[in-house]
Design a protein around this ligand. Sequence first.
Ligand code: FAD
Ligand code: NAD
Ligand code: ISD
Length: 426
Amino acid sequence: MGRAFVYVILGGGVAAGYAAHEFVKRGVEHGELCIISEEPVAPYERPALSKGYLLPEDPARLPAFHCCVGTNEERLTPKWYKEHGIELVLGTRVKSADVRRKTLLTATGETITYKILLVATGARALKLEEFGVKGSDAESVCYLRDLADANRLVNVMQSSSGGNAVVIGGGYIGMECAASLVINKINVTMVFPEAHCMARLFTPKIASYYEEYYQAKGVKFVKGTVLTSFDFDSNQKITAVNLRDGTRLPADMVIVGIGIRPNTSLFEGQLTLEKGGIKVNGRMQSSNSSVYAVGDVATFPVKISSETRRLEHVDSARKSARHAVAAIMEPEKTTDFDYLPFFYSRVFALSWQFYGDSTGDVIHFGDFLGNSFGAYWVNNGHVVGSFLEGGTKVEYEAIAKITRLKPEIEDLTDLETQGLGFALTL
Ligand code: FAD
Ligand code: NAD
Ligand code: ISD
């Protein structure tokens, strides 16, 4: 059995939702587009899962955060897809792909053919087992990638109220989940191998601000070490985690956020891969001209970095998806994707934004004892990256603009003195 479509989006996450919206804006015909997703629900704003979804009071729940509410656009409910003649094949995993024959085989045994394929398979959370630690399947060990994980996490949090949680990993998931745990009145210890949190982006000075803020909320940090094993009671319930440095931390629950791997396996040996993702050009087109890739799974040329990069953030997923659809539907009018990397987070009363590339010399500015400060990254004499905590809309727009303009910097001390004023007056 089988079905045929002009366009197929493989994956039903953020990029899929924004791509579908763009297909409709550009006049896709009824019956031409299909989305196949392993998840049982229509595309939604994944960032909500580590923020609003985990709140103890009035938590965010679907259908409130289907795409594209994250950019204040219309909310694409299952009804919207139906009204626009888009086939949603949900709860269905694609188990193999043949890009030469332009076919996908689903786990339910259906063959779906396409003229153009948009790969939006995102990524999977890395498991502790991949670092030689057993016990990921224990009842109170939580990962966070999809809605099923989030529901499980909510249940485990509710049964651990007043107890102890150990958060493994000091990246985005670790920081955002630790804040949610505190709000849920659970005692938190964070464990990670680096010298400070958010080591992929934060400087030691920026990290120490957030760590002190978290400590004031009761969070404990154990740095420079990793988890080696769990202790279990006679009911196979976790009682503690053991660390390489010999520390034993009592634990009622554990959240693991130790990074991701892009879901590329269907295309290994068929498409060119680079930096862990599917290599695409400025039109998001892979080494096979009928296959495009977007979101977490795509490695694309980033002008400000003068290299190809794979970004794991929602703004990139949304914009790369829209760009690919523009390139597919109106190729002659579409130029190369010119994307300025944008990352952000919101925890407690804090909120930061980062634009560009975090390479070169770092110039910090602002009040690190107060609630608004930032940094510029200057590489080869030009501003290439900007970070701001506690900014206003106008201030965030200013640092985005300055990073895109890449102004020349003659005197780093002068830049430090001007601080945020440099971006605001340029
Ligand atoms: P995804 O949204 O992961 O979607 C991939 C989809 O493909 C899923 O539906 C998956 O089930 C499906 N799929 C995969 N393989 C198959 C297959 N073989 N068959 C069928 N379906 C398949 N970024 C930010 O910038 N800010 C944030 O605040 C933020 N918060 C986040 C919070 C959480 C909890 C998580 C997990 C991520 C967060 N991110 C955030 C990152 C952001 O959500 C991702 O970058 C974004 O979701 C990537 O979109 P995507 O469509 O490429 O992948
Ligand atoms: P991450 O890459 O942000 O952080 C991974 C962390 O794992 C590292 O900081 C490190 O501390 C830790 N680590 C690595 N190896 C370890 C080991 N052996 N033992 C213990 N810790 C180890 O990844 P994440 O936090 O898992 O986030 C997953 C994905 O979700 C990422 O793509 C991220 O961008 C995305 N996300 C983004 C946001 C946001 O942008 N605001 C929020 C949540 C999730
Ligand atoms: O970008 C985002 C974000 O941080 C969220 O929480 O999109 C979601 C939605 O705003 C949730 O409704």
